[in-house]
Write a protein that binds this ligand. Structure first.
Ligand code: GDP
Ligand code: ZN
Length: 310
């Protein structure tokens, strides 16, 4: 008797995978049948966490993954800037929580905007999570207010939380419930602390992987899905330094700033770089404050740097 089914990949190490039939959380091992390759993919891993797969299992045997169902989205990172190889971090993400702090470490808006652009490119809706508000709500009140205004007017939800005091953690749990979420952001902002604050039974040690591991040709870094006891699934991205670097053509960049994309339909010329063109609706929106000056500066910075990371 061969039994067939569909399941989600929650972890892989070497040639072994762990699957579960979400919403169940009963992990079982599986191997890949033959060589499943995605057309045109240069990925070092043909199957990634979050992938929905079909499997078969014979009586008393081990499950065998026979195919991968089409992905809704997926995020990748390059093994190195020079190599064309890439690693699929996760597939079928419902949301990315971009964790940042106004202070400790001090926020760099252009870097945050780069991560947000990456999420837009990969078609993963982003929510901004301002962690450590216990540290800077009073000392940086004006910056905090300005931050809300910049990102909420761009269309992003901004949550204030503190892994230390547990403020906002219930809200974060609610946002995570029922979906697969990615946690990203530069190191030190408190991603692991937040995940632990949401569920202290989650053991993130496995996630402590240095970015250096990714520099080799044979990638040994494995991402994993965790099951929150309050509901929902999350992927942590330790050491994801390369996240936020995507190959974009100059004329594409503005498509991934949602507020610019919206305004650009009224630009006199198409394509418009929104820099020097007369009748540019984006520049007009910046001048009258509908598009924030900070976001526009990030956009100009990305235009300047275009090509740098290819
Ligand atoms: P990660 O690199 O993003 O996973 O960050 P960690 O979770 O390792 O946290 C980095 C540092 O920030 C640690 O020393 C944490 O104790 C501290 N930290 C994390 N969250 C908070 C918070 O909400 N408030 C304060 N004051 N410190 C925090
Ligand atoms: Zn324009």
């Amino acid at each position: 008797m061969v039994q067939k089914g569909e399941a989600t990949v929650v972890k892989h190490t070497g040639s072994h995978y762990l699957l579960t039939r979400i919403p169940e959380w009963n992990l079982f091992p599986a191997v890949l049948r033959g060589k499943i390759r995605l057309k045109g993919s240069t990925a070092t891993n043909p199957v990634a966490v979050g992938d929905r797969v079909c499997y078969e299992v014979e009586d008393g045997g081990q499950a065998v993954i026979t195919s991968i169902l089409p992905r809704r989205n997926y995020i990748i990172r390059k093994s190195t800037n020079l190599s064309r190889q890439s690693h699929i971090i996760a597939a079928n993400l419902d949301r990315a929580f971009v964790v940042c702090t106004i202070d400790s470490p001090e926020i760099k808006l252009p870097f945050l905007d780069r991560i947000l652009v990456t999420c837009e490119v990969y078609n993963v809706p982003a929510t901004i999570v301002l962690n450590k508000v216990d540290l800077y709500r009073e000392t940086h009140a004006q910056m905090l207010e300005a931050f809300h205004s910049i990102y909420e007017s761009a269309g992003y939800k901004v949550m204030e939380v503190s892994a230390l005091t547990s403020e906002g953690i219930d809200d974060l749990r609610r946002e995570c419930d029922g979906s697969l979420s990615l946690f990203c952001g530069v190191s030190g902002v408190g991603k692991s602390s937040l995940i632990r604050a949401m569920d202290d039974s989650i053991d993130l040690r496995i996630g402590e992987i240095s970015d250096a591991h990714l520099q080799g040709r044979h990638t040994t870094t494995f991402y994993q899905i965790y099951n929150l006891s309050s509901g929902g699934y999350i992927v942590d991205t330790p050491g994801l330094r390369g996240f936020g670097l995507v190959d974009l053509k100059k004329e594409e960049i503005a498509l991934y700033f949602p507020e610019m994309l919206k305004a650009s339909s009224s630009c006199r010329f198409t394509p418009c770089t929104h820099t020097h063109e007369p009748g540019c609706a984006v520049k007009e929106a910046v001048e009258n404050g509908e598009i924030s000056y900070e976001r526009y500066m990030s956009y100009l910075g990305m235009l300047d740097e275009e090509g740098k990371y290819r």
